[in-house]
Ligand binder design. Structure first.
Ligand code: NAG
Ligand code: NAG
Ligand code: NAG
Ligand code: NAG
Ligand code: NAG
Ligand code: NAG
Length: 431
């Protein structure tokens, strides 16, 4: 299919993305783990090594039908990485399943998961997890192969412990790099998977907490970095980080309205999302445009220091946990179909056939993807576009593709456009 054609549907979708429509998947009044046995749970409650009320999500990743959360390491939190299903036949909220297993967790044991922090899934289905370590153990990185029996590997030990927050992954023809924020230190950390090496890049006195990477097609690709006690957003060109550069000169590029951005994320069309300490909203900014902060999602009455975790999955859903320390429900999981994916996935495959037919949007439905493909497109997507050139489709429009073009059909009109030159000016009314 002609890439341009798909671009039409994307135009329609992008206007929807800002009006993301979240639905609730689960809500929890009480959070608990799936314990290996009732006896262990009872004993842990009794000896104080488990305090359910202290369970509090930090970061999120989603892959396939599983969602992963890292948890704040409070008193009474024996496990800091859990999984839960993204849907369930029952509306009862699922228990948090220790991931990859209960016994892979252990504080003060350098070969176990001690304190999971930033999480990301790469393009081949590996969950990457930062582990803060402990007084006795250095910080480390784990990968868990989600499509290969959750095969778990401790891939790297850093030369430091503590002050390690979030990460982003960059997959280049020269290998995979992780960039890691370390607030309270005036550097970021670069890890090269192929070389199994990490090094620090000095940031000239600036400390960064949140970190985000735009999609591959942004040139030159920048690493975005946010701060605590500040509303400033900085960037560093990533090319300079590959080759062992030891000093970066972060450039101040924007200011959010709020201070303390603790978590940031970019989608594969270049929109950035950011959450802030004690703020009841997630902001967004379309990085292809001059800075304009928008409210992506807001929760009335939310009062919590670390109110949200969020992630995008591979099929175009935006996932959010809403963490409320002051009232029930304690935690809610929300989901919206936004039609964009994580920055790790190229946007361009969506422009190719056949994935073009698979847009997960309620407004574009694959009516028939076998044989002669056709789509049903609901106004106002087409309506908006077509009225601009004096055409109007006032009701459901069926769109069919023939060899050389596209046919839009509505109850009153049949309109043809050539694929090769398709723009909204050369559509012809056939009937
Ligand atoms: C972001 O801005 C670009 C350039 O103006 C535009 O093409 C794109 O549709 C916008 N994305 C969204 C999600 O609005
Ligand atoms: C959200 O979904 C509901 C139910 O499908 C619908 O009534 C409402 O118009 C949608 N809102 C937006 C902004 O899309
Ligand atoms: C508390 O109970 C748990 C569960 O059996 C056990 O693993 C842990 O070692 C106990 N800790 C202490 C300090 O007794
Ligand atoms: C990578 O380096 C770590 C030390 O940081 C070492 O423990 C591990 O064995 C190395 N992995 C490989 C595959 O060489
Ligand atoms: C890969 O490495 C080569 C040689 O160092 C360099 O010229 C090239 O720009 C690098 N490519 C990327 C995408 O970083
Ligand atoms: C690394 O790359 C940056 C930017 O591409 C360049 O300015 C710098 O000289 C390079 N350093 C080395 C050691 O090659």
């Amino acid at each position: 299919m002609n890439p341009f054609l798909c671009a039409i549907f994307l135009l329609g979708l992008s206007s929807l993305a800002s009006a993301a429509n979240f639905t609730q998947v689960f809500e929890w009044n009480n959070l608990d783990y799936e314990w290996p046995s009732d006896a262990r749970r009872a004993q842990a409650l009794e000896n104080g090594t488990f305090k359910a009320e202290n369970i509090s999500p930090l970061y999120m990743a989603v892959y396939g039908s599983r969602l992963f959360l890292s948890l704040e390491k409070n008193i009474g939190i024996p496990v800091t990485l859990v999984s839960l299903p993204t849907n369930s036949a029952s509306t009862a909220p699922p228990k948090l399943t220790p991931f990859p297993s209960f016994d892979m967790h252990g504080n003060g044991n350098c070969d176990k998961i001690e304190w999971a922090r930033g999480l990301k899934v790469d393009s081949v289905g590996r969950l990457w997890m930062l582990d803060r370590g402990s007084d006795n153990c250095q910080s480390k990185i784990w990968t868990i192969d989600l499509i290969n029996n959750d095969h778990t590997k401790l891939i790297h030990r850093f030369s430091f412990n503590d002050w390690i927050h979030d990460l982003v992954l960059e997959e280049t023809p020269n290998g995979t790099f992780a960039y890691i924020s370390r607030w309270y230190r005036t550097h970021i950390v670069v890890f090269s998977l192929e070389r199994n090496q990490s090094w620090v890049v000095d940031t000239l006195g600036i400390q960064f907490y949140s970190i985000a990477l735009p999609p591959k097609d942004q040139e030159p690709r920048q690493l975005y970095l946010g701060k605590f006690y500040s509303n400033e957003l900085y960037s560093i060109p990533v090319a300079a980080l590959h080759n062992g550069t030891l000093t970066a000169n972060p450039k101040l590029i924007r200011k959010w309205t709020a201070i303390d951005s603790y978590s940031m994320l970019m989608d594969n069309h270049g929109t950035m999302y950011a959450a802030f300490w004690s703020k009841n909203y997630i902001s967004s900014w379309n990085s292809s445009q001059p800075f304009e902060e928008q409210r992506f999602h807001e929760v009335a009455g939310l009062s919590s220091p670390w109110p949200f975790t969020f992630a995008l999955d591979q099929s175009g859903n935006f996932w959010i946990t809403v963490n409320d320390r002051s009232k029930m429900p304690r935690l809610r999981l929300l989901k919206a179909e936004v039609g964009v994916k994580s920055y790790i996935f190229e946007a361009s495959p969506a422009f190719r056939s056949p994935p073009c037919f698979l847009f997960p949007s309620p407004d574009v439905t694959a009516a028939d993807v076998t044989g002669q493909p056709s789509l049903i497109v609901r106004p106002p997507i087409l309506n908006q576009q077509l009225t601009g050139v004096g055409l109007e489709i006032d009701s459901w429009a069926t769109v069919g593709f023939v060899d050389s073009g596209i046919i839009f059909a509505s109850p009153s009109k049949l309109i043809f456009g050539m694929l090769s030159t398709l723009n909204f000016k050369n559509l012809q009314e056939l009937a």
